[in-house]
Unconditional design. Sequence first.
Length: 74
Amino acid sequence: MTRAKFRCVSVESFSTAPDGQRNYRFTAVADDSVPENQRYAKYTPVGNLTITVTNPDVEFSPGASYYLDFTPAE
């Protein structure tokens, strides 16, 4: 498994989408004022992720950081 740390930078909601579709945009953490972030920024200094979500139970907050775990799918 590989772990990265990403910060949610924006959410875009679509009022015309009947299923509550939202696009979330994330960037890799690069704020080295936080000791833990120094480690992540060293190994994943640049990264972007955009996901589209329709599940009403899944919400991400702009400005908040999240761990992103990569585990091989078999």
